[in-house]
Ligand binder design. Sequence first.
Ligand SMILES: [Zn+2]
Length: 485
Amino acid sequence: MRVFTAALATETNTFSPIAVDRRAFEASLYARPGEHPATPTLCTAPITVGREVCARQGWTLIEGSASWADPAGLVARTTYEELRDEILAQLQAAMPVDAVVLGLHGAMVAQGYDDPEGDLLSRIRTIVGPGVLVCAELDPHSHLTAKRVAAANFLVAFKEFPHTDFVDRARDLWSIAVRALKGEITPVMSVFDCRMIDVFPTSKQPMRGFVDQLYALERAEPGVLSLSVIHGFMAGDVPEMGTKIIAITNDNAAKGAALAEKLGRELFAMRGTFMVAQVDERAAVDAAIAAPRGPVVIADVWDNPGGGTAGDATVILAELIARGISDVAVGTIWDPIAVQICMAAGEGAEIPLRFGAKSAPHTGSPIDQLVRVNRLVRDAEMRFGESYAPFGDAAWISFAGIDVILNSTRAQSFDPSLFSVMGIDPKSRKILLIKSTNHFYDSFSRIASEIIYCAAGKPYPNTPATTPYRKARRDIWPMVENPWA
Ligand SMILES: [Zn+2]
């Protein structure tokens, strides 16, 4: 057997001011054929798992390019077209193949392309013809368009959010592909449109139980090969935005459709109950002051660079300053210009500095303070599980009992080590203000006396009922109360 694999992935917040070009992919991951590292990034596990699987089977794996850009705004048209055409040319050169196994994200939007993955998959289908297996792994924060469903034999999404299972789901993808190539099964995909959009963390109920049910059904239900929830991505203003269920069965589309519908209606019935309750900046600061001991973690949940925002909002920090609160450490505020100024001034310098809130509306105002530059770190990194996440050249500044880490590479606050690498002991501060929606929880909950989820300003389109979409469908909840009427 000859199997072609490649990856092309990013998550596009179409409301984000941070445009994405080829350099953004090269800064995160760009690997030419055969150059992909041994460990996968979020959307490239089909390549690394494919190496293991094909070696075991004695099959030939032909690797194409792998590209991943960290979540941000629209991808430049030429960047998408170049990366796509590179993969298509590699596939053309690899023909004939028996299967194509891809790592996608599924929420890319490029200038002129609302559905780049649908475009890529259908061009791949045109090259390989109807008889060749085409499949892909997806992030659940994606758009499941009809074009993708028509072009692919099957699609498997991560089940967990945080996405701790991206390698396991790549194994599922390959395991179905292997059995199909050996003629043991005929995977068919059934889709149910839940007519809703929501955010579904699996670290808490009710989504934890729902996902556990999917695992149980995959194990126990005869003929069911894989079940996925496409959560949808509310920051992507595209026509087919929304939550969907995918059921892959062994040649039993009717059973798959019935199961997908049953699960989808169950999910719809729980709409609006998935997220942790959030408070505004005033209530967040009140609660933090009232806490008997620290560190209290205030998560600025919607200014999360992991969801494509700039990560430079100052709304909560301004509230802390206005109320004269000290014993605070902020990690991080993205401001490469301010970092550059601090680097020029040097450690120990006292300078007037303007920082933050420069990139997008509804994120507060820039902060003007006389600051002390305490520590400068080039190419700073924080821990992220077993690996490291870079946050670029960084400056620790302080004023009036408030410490702020300014960074120059956008990164969400994954881990308290972002403070310690700068020289701040995170456990020693009463209040830690960080930027993350969900991924921070694992590591910060180990040191936090309390965690406060704060919705401040409007850096992210987090209320779909009022978001000024131009393209997204409006016949789903919460834009309409009853989409089934
Ligand atoms: Zn995701």
